[in-house]
Write a protein that binds this ligand. Structure first.
Ligand code: GUN
Length: 297
């Protein structure tokens, strides 16, 4: 039995993956003469989005990718945005395109996602890639769900045969992580339940879970008393709550109430330092995969 720590250290696991990717990028570059290229599009001035795009750009530089960031004004027309995406679709130096979400209300998010070349859709949000994921074909797995599966793998927690309860049904996390873990594949093959705001009795489901994946987007709503003894807890939430004592005046907490859950769980991800860093690592992995497929075939 491999000993593992109760607190799953996403920061350390992400660092390990990025070290591996840096090496793979060097090999790819020496074999093909090509650097994996990723284009970021940021519309408007959402502070969280600005932070995320900056962190992603820095991560690209660290593994030796080529990256470009285009910042567009919040009032840009959808047509202009799609034109820019199309330029990246046709740019041979760019293998992955990421339009940071959410987009301003006047822009149809679905239409923008569909304008990205599915072969460059490193977010795995294009309907073609969503469909491939659902039927178990190779595709780009959305970065946060892929990061969750990778955390489980590298912590030697095999979801096969276990009851995974996903709380949240977003297209970015809830639905795709359920789709990934339900597949009859290695490090998957779980029995999956998806809970959401329509659930009459959330506790009924979470109490039965061997693995709880919390992707609700509300601070500390999953508490220790809602968990089965020994459950594995994956916390996807990043919520700002007031913290008058701190310099910034706020602190980040997850969707899980960590202090009560940690006593019940056999393994748990912290916030920050759990799932978050994995999202970026998987974005890099998807971009290297995209470059490989476009250059080598
Ligand atoms: N906004 C929040 N998460 C994500 C993500 O994984 N990708 C993009 N493009 N936008 C996001």
């Amino acid at each position: 039995m491999i000993m593992r720590h109760k607190i799953i250290d996403g920061k350390a696991i992400s660092k390990q993956i990025r070290t591996e990717l840096k090496q793979q990028t060097e090999t790819f570059h020496s074999e093909t003469g090509v650097l994996p290229g990723l284009a970021f599009i940021l519309v408007g001035e959402n502070p969280a989005s600005q932070v995320y795009v900056k962190m992603k750009g820095k991560a690209c530089a660290e593994v030796g990718f080529h990256s470009v960031t285009k910042v567009l004004p919040a009032d840009i027309s959808q047509q202009e945005l799609v034109k820019l995406i199309d330029a990246f679709n046709n740019d041979p130096k760019i293998h992955g395109i990421l339009t940071q979400l959410p987009l301003p209300d006047h822009i149809d998010e679905a239409a923008v996602i569909e304008s990205i070349d599915p072969n460059k859709d490193v977010d795995g949000f294009h309907p073609i890639n969503v469909g491939k994921l659902l039927i178990g074909l190779k595709t780009f797995r959305p970065c946060t769900p892929a990061g969750i599966q990778e955390l489980l793998i590298r912590s030697n927690i095999d979801p096969a045969g276990k009851h995974v309860v996903v709380v949240g049904r977003s297209n970015i996390v809830g639905k795709p992580i359920a789709n990934i873990l339900v597949q009859k594949q290695k490090w998957a093959n779980a029995v999956v339940t998806i809970c959401h705001t329509g659930a009459r009795d959330l506790l009924y489901y979470t109490k039965q879970a061997d693995i709880v994946i919390a992707a609700v987007g509300r601070a500390e709503v999953i508490t220790g008393d809602m968990l089965k003894e020994g459950a594995v807890v994956i916390d996807v939430g990043v919520n700002r709550i007031d913290d008058p004592g701190s310099e910034k005046g706020y602190k980040l907490v997850g969707d899980v109430h960590f202090a009560s859950a940690v006593n019940v769980a056999s393994a748990i991800t912290p916030v920050p330092g759990g799932v978050g860093p994995m999202t970026i690592a998987m974005l890099l992995a998807n971009t290297l995969q995209a470059a490989r497929e476009q250059i080598v075939g």
